[in-house]
Design a protein around this ligand. Structure first.
Ligand SMILES: NC(=O)C1=CN([C@@H]2O[C@H](COP(=O)(O)OP(=O)(O)OC[C@H]3O[C@@H](n4cnc5c(N)ncnc54)[C@H](OP(=O)(O)O)[C@@H]3O)[C@@H](O)[C@H]2O)C=CC1
Ligand SMILES: O=C(O)C1=N[C@H](C(=O)O)C[C@H](O)C1
Length: 272
């Protein structure tokens, strides 16, 4: 069976790669590609815009999302855009019974809740993950283990991304901090950077440090610092294809599912 896929953020760093990869999977068919309202390339063939030759799908814009989805009838909508754009895409797609793969990061608590409530209300299925790379999900599992074993160590997270990234800290760093917090048997708060006369480090905090620069695809390091030793775990993404490969698995996983909110642990069979 062929899975029909729509992609929002079609010309973005992730969206464009997702579309190119869909073209390499005979069991996936791109049926709609959507960009920001009033995009100057609206109406042009998306394959041509991406330098892979005509594919027979024209670039549409988000102001017409409802009609586009009604016409193209995708099984799954893949969204890597920006927080408000994702909230809107989820509302429109879910109301038409379309399942979702969501990769956008940087949501407020309210936006996250709105997305989850919408998915539940319309009983669609969605995969939501801050990081679709297989290696990062294994890194998360390693963090669960380390947090249980090194519970008295001082824990710090450092992430680095390209200069264009809009949100900080990264969704992955936030998820890593939550995983560690949930696996420690003591209360900790998550804080963001330090400056000034901060005094001695507090035991009950995990600090996230966000670095931005150049074309770095994505790096995450977690440091467990003890007395006389330090354990560091690092994941480095050198190509966005690492995320895209996970997205393709998520599309195949969520297609045809009846309802529910899943993550990449579900997709990759990593749930305990
Ligand atoms: N979960 C994961 O594994 C990963 C998540 N991400 C996240 O994905 C998101 C996108 O990242 P990236 O591809 O690098 O960003 P880009 O800015 O390259 O791409 C986003 C695209 O979405 C477009 N867009 C914005 N609003 C809308 C809208 N309303 N409808 C349709 N398209 C819209 C943007 O257009 P314009 O530029 O004109 O605004 C842009 O083309 C970020 O939140 C990032 O953190 C990234 C990599 C991996
Ligand atoms: O914006 C990016 O590029 C990335 N965003 C995700 C995040 O915020 O964690 C995942 C990846 O690190 C790349």
């Amino acid at each position: 069976m062929v899975i029909k896929v729509a992609v929002t953020g079609a010309l973005g760093r992730m969206g464009s790669r997702i579309i190119k990869t869909i073209q390499q999977h005979p069991d996936l068919k791109l049926v709609a590609a959507i960009e920001v309202p009033n995009h100057e390339k609206r109406g042009e063939d998306v394959g041509k815009l991406l330098g892979i030759g005509e594919i027979g799908v024209i670039l549409e814009t988000a102001d017409r999302l409802e009609d586009i989805l009604k016409k193209s009838k995708p099984d799954v909508l893949v969204d890597f855009t920006a927080p408000e754009a994702t909230v809107n895409a989820v509302k429109v797609a879910a109301s038409q019974g379309i399942n979702l793969v969501i990769g956008t990061t940087g949501f407020t608590e309210e936006q996250r809740k709105e997305i989850e409530d919408t998915i539940k209300k319309h009983r669609v299925a969605a995969v939501i993950s801050q990081n679709y790379a297989v290696g990062v999900n294994i890194f998360f599992k390693v963090l669960e283990f380390l947090a249980r074993k090194l519970r008295d160590y001082d824990i710090e997270i450092v992430e680095m991304h390209h200069r264009y990234k809009r949100d900080a800290p990264s969704g992955t760093a936030l998820r890593a901090a939550e995983i560690i917090r949930d696996n420690l048997d003591r209360d900790v708060s998550i804080i963001y950077g330090r400056a000034g006369i901060i005094g001695e480090r507090k035991k009950d905090e995990i600090c996230i440090h966000a670095i931005r620069g150049g074309d770095v695809v994505g790096e995450h390091k977690v440091i467990f610092a003890g007395d006389g030793e330090r354990l560091e775990v690092t994941h480095r993404a050198s190509s966005r294809q690492a995320f895209v490969n996970g997205v393709i698995l998520a599309v195949k996983f969520v297609s045809g599912k009846r309802g529910g909110i899943y993550d990449t642990f579900d997709v990759l069979g990593l749930k305990d």
